[in-house]
Design a binder for this molecule. Sequence first.
Ligand code: HEC
Ligand code: HEC
Ligand code: HEC
Ligand code: HEC
Ligand code: HEC
Ligand code: HEC
Length: 234
Amino acid sequence: MKMALKLAAVLGVAIVAGGFVLDRAAQATAEPEKQPAEDKVLHAYGDTLILKKEPVGGMFSHKSHVIEYEFSCDTCHPDLFERKRGAAKASGDYNHPSMEEGMYCGACHDGDTAFDTVEEGNCISCHGSDMVEPETIVFVKPVKAVIFNHTEHTEMGFDCASCHDELFEMRVGAAEEKPEEFTMAALYDGKYCGACHNGDDAFASDTLCTTCHIGVQGFERMHGGEGKAAAEEH
Ligand code: HEC
Ligand code: HEC
Ligand code: HEC
Ligand code: HEC
Ligand code: HEC
Ligand code: HEC
């Protein structure tokens, strides 16, 4: 049975909106029906209203998949995805290897039904970035300057999932947005770089300070600034 449509019949309206948790809505059938304001409704799909607010956000859009590409709810629910935001992510295998085996988005994004997940030019369609790893990243918060050589780390054999997204978001600057958390104490606690730089998997975070900390002069040298001349005098 088409779960969403069945629910639609129960509720009179199925709500595809971030503001509503459907489970809660289902439990609340006894309450007076909440009818979304008309200017919030993007499209009526039978009894199902697609609201302007997207429930999933980020890389997946119900609007395009349901309206433009005309997939019915039961194409995806519940076999490919639970009707619960974050469920796929919580499953622990919401990743590229699974997709390449035809699970999740990969049921269609296989280069046949829709663009695939492996060709370089396609990354940007889902991730909003071409996913090209920056070669080096220099952190300047809370202190100047810490070097992270991205390419060297991936060339050591770490796959992307060793760091993304549990240790680091795939976005330069994300960790630095919380300078009070991105600290040596956190590293010693096994977070961020400290997940590996613990003296076991890689040199410990309480040693070799200057291997990571290139300092203000190192930073200026990299950026061709005043530190350059000063550094060359040594
Ligand atoms: C092409 C696949 C696809 C189709 C078709 C589709 N959905 Fe979804 N839906 C998803 C994905 C992906 C999620 C997010 C699941 C996750 O995060 O694990 C989702 C989540 C949801 C959620 C939870 C949203 C939230 O914020 O908690 C609801 C409700 C939902 N879908 C309803 C519908 C309804 C109703 C239809 C038909 C009008 C529909 N979906 C069609 C893929 C689809
Ligand atoms: C059809 C959409 C889609 C395309 C195209 C796509 N990805 Fe993804 N990618 C995803 C989804 C979905 C996830 C899991 C996201 C999550 O965990 O929230 C993901 C996760 C990732 C991750 C995290 C680690 C992992 O394996 O889960 C990396 C790295 C990644 N993608 C790289 C790429 C690169 C590089 C490309 C282009 C060659 C690409 N992606 C193309 C949908 C896509
Ligand atoms: C039921 C099949 C199906 C599933 C499942 C599916 N897609 Fe799609 N998707 C399509 C089709 C068809 C297109 C149209 C593009 C094409 O023809 O290559 C598309 C287009 C897109 C686009 C292009 C821009 C847009 O919004 O229209 C993005 C991004 C996208 N899908 C992301 C995803 C992600 C992420 C997932 C998994 C969470 C997913 N899709 C699951 C069939 C699907
Ligand atoms: C050893 C850890 C590590 C590994 C392995 C790793 N990354 Fe990263 N990546 C980072 C860190 C750290 C950042 C910066 C995050 C921040 O600033 O909060 C980053 C950022 C990124 C960014 C953001 C770029 C930007 O301009 O915003 C992309 C894209 C990225 N990584 C892709 C990848 C891909 C693809 C792989 C696998 C081939 C990968 N990463 C493997 C640690 C890693
Ligand atoms: C997934 C594990 C992992 C994570 C996470 C990680 N590293 Fe490393 N890193 C290594 C390994 C392994 C080496 C090789 C040296 C060794 O074995 O001691 C290394 C080497 C280095 C080196 C010396 C070689 C070079 O690339 O110049 C620096 C500097 C470095 N890491 C900085 C960082 C910083 C800064 C972070 C956090 C932003 C970080 N690393 C996160 C595993 C990791
Ligand atoms: C594996 C890499 C690495 C090593 C080794 C390392 N640090 Fe750090 N350190 C970082 C990162 C990453 C940050 C946060 C980013 C930033 O401040 O630019 C940081 C931040 C700091 C900060 C500011 C935040 C805080 O905790 O007060 C101080 C001070 C600091 N480090 C001192 C040291 C000293 C002293 C050593 C040697 C005993 C050391 N670090 C060794 C990576 C490292």
